[in-house]
Write a protein that binds this ligand. Sequence first.
Ligand SMILES: [Zn+2]
Length: 96
Amino acid sequence: MPAKAKGAVPETIRGTVVTQRRRCGKANCRCATDGALHESVVLSYSEHSRTRVVMLPPDEVEAVRAATERYRAAKKRLEEEANAGLAQLVSRLRRR
Ligand SMILES: [Zn+2]
């Protein structure tokens, strides 16, 4: 396995960091008997209209979460800008 590149988490990432709790499926595991489920932090994202998840290594969770928050903020800014642009264009063209 190649050495993990430090600082490899991109500036923006589309998706949501969530904690999944699930049973592993092994009949003799604790999770099948006393109800303590396995927890894993994943990045949930949609691809071709399907929700997919990828497990996050614990040491990358916070960086990935921050990148998804930057994405949401950037998306919101772009939408606001584009809505303002649309309103401006429509109002100019309708005045003619
Ligand atoms: Zn289990």
